[in-house]
Design a protein around this ligand. Structure first.
Ligand code: SAH
Ligand code: SF4
Length: 370
């Protein structure tokens, strides 16, 4: 395998903690250097070897000549009124992906992308409308967290006081793409996010969201990583779901709910059921009752997400009263149900609004402030 990039340097971010030992050994250094390098990159956010003061000068020089620390390039950063931030990244081949940083009381959550584009074409989703570009590699997934964390820690935000000195506490794989159609790379990325030698984020603070790719749910469960699972159910029956999520024709609700029941949950954990409410489509009280019946016996909590409108969308936001009635109906069936307003709507950072904007020539008309 040729592990060198175009500039003939090895990008150390491409390797997990174990493989890094072999790479460093191959450069003629003691393998324990790998642990030091990992600490510098992932705990201290170092972007060059010169900062790595506990490594001998000779080894640092050798590293600078042969290797690099190259995350996806940040090409745009936009801060929302509600302090949500959107990052547009350019990958080495020019593909674009987006991440969203959501600051909250005591938490700093980063929503990351697993694919450039998405093949599943859900009718209400802007990412889906752009089609599929390609799968992201593990370091392109984790690299989003590396860059976002460097910015948060350095407090280099345009709004400087924003997240000064803060680490990312939670990761959600809810950005662009369907993570369980890129399972191998996503699982490797998750390993690195969890690894105490790398990002060191507890699996309990990581949530992967899927549109319901049944074999992927099984594979994720079998990986034993113990991350939280969210699933975009979005409809109470196959008829409605078929009409808004083509993936349902392949994996209908019965198979999906069974896969969710089989997912190995950590004690006291629940599956998150996401339900995007589309005015006049899936927001009636009888839909709530039907959803309640569908999910019976599943350890879950339900997040109701009023649809975020975007230009050209045929769907409408539901009436506020319908959302409340829907929630009450679920409560009356003993479900935990929250209404979740997406953050960052003013910068197109809200759920389903990510599309790697500058990536596609057909979608160049940017919204004001984007
Ligand atoms: N592909 C995965 C991960 C992306 S998560 C999945 O679909 O689960 C994106 C979430 O945003 C999904 O729950 C999706 O249903 C929701 N979504 C998409 N478009 C939306 C919109 N316009 N308004 C609100 N939520 C939306
Ligand atoms: Fe893809 Fe998820 Fe959007 Fe559907 S909702 S098109 S699966 S990103």
């Amino acid at each position: 395998m040729d592990i060198k990039g175009k500039n003939n340097k090895i990008n150390l971010l491409e390797f997990g903690a174990e493989d890094l030992g072999a790479v460093v050994g191959g450069l003629g250094m003691k393998p324990y250097r790998a642990a030091q390098i990992c600490r510098w990159i992932y705990s201290s956010g170092a972007d060059s070897f010169s900062a790595m003061t506990d490594i001998s000068k000779t080894d640092r020089e050798k590293l600078s000549e042969t290797a690099e620390i190259r995350p996806p390039e940040l090409s745009k950063r936009i801060v929302s009124h509600d302090r949500t931030e959107k990052y547009l990244f350019s990958l080495q081949d020019g593909e674009k992906v987006e991440s969203v940083l959501i600051p909250d009381e005591g938490r700093l959550t980063l929503c990351i992308s697993s694919q450039a584009g998405c093949a599943l074409g859900c009718r209400f989703c802007l990412t889906g409308a752009g089609g599929m570009r390609r799968n992201l590699l593990p370091h392109e997934i984790t690299g989003q967290a590396l860059v976002a964390e460097r910015l948060a820690v350095s407090g280099a935000a345009p709004d400087r006081q924003a997240h000064e000195g803060r680490r990312i506490t939670n990761i959600v794989l809810m950005g662009m793409g369907e993570p369980l159609l890129n399972t191998e790379n996503v699982v490797e990325a998750l390993r690195r996010l969890i690894s105490p030698r790398m990002f060191n984020i507890s699996p309990r603070r990581i949530t992967l969201s899927t549109a319901g790719v049944v074999p992927g749910i099984k594979a994720l469960g079998d990986s034993g990583l113990g991350v939280n699972l969210a699933v975009s159910v979005n409809a109470p029956n196959d008829e409605i779901r078929d009409s808004i999520m083509p993936v349902n024709r392949k994996y209908p609700l019965k198979a999906l709910v069974k896969a969710l029941k089989d997912y190995p949950l950590a004690p006291r954990r629940r599956i998150t059921v996401e339900y995007v409410m589309l005015g006049g489509i899936n927001d009636r009280p009888e839909h709530a009752a039907e959803l309640g019946r569908l999910l019976r016996g599943l350890k879950c909590k339900i997040n109701l997400i009023p649809f975020n409108e975007h230009a050209g969308s045929i769907f409408k936001r539901p009436e506020a009263a319908s959302v409340l009635t829907f929630q009450e109906r679920l409560h009356s069936m003993n479900y935990t149900a929250f209404i979740r307003e997406s953050r960052g709507a003013d910068i197109l950072a809200a759920c389903g609004q990510l599309r790697g904007l500058s990536a596609r020539k057909t979608l160049t008309e940017e919204k004001p402030g984007v």
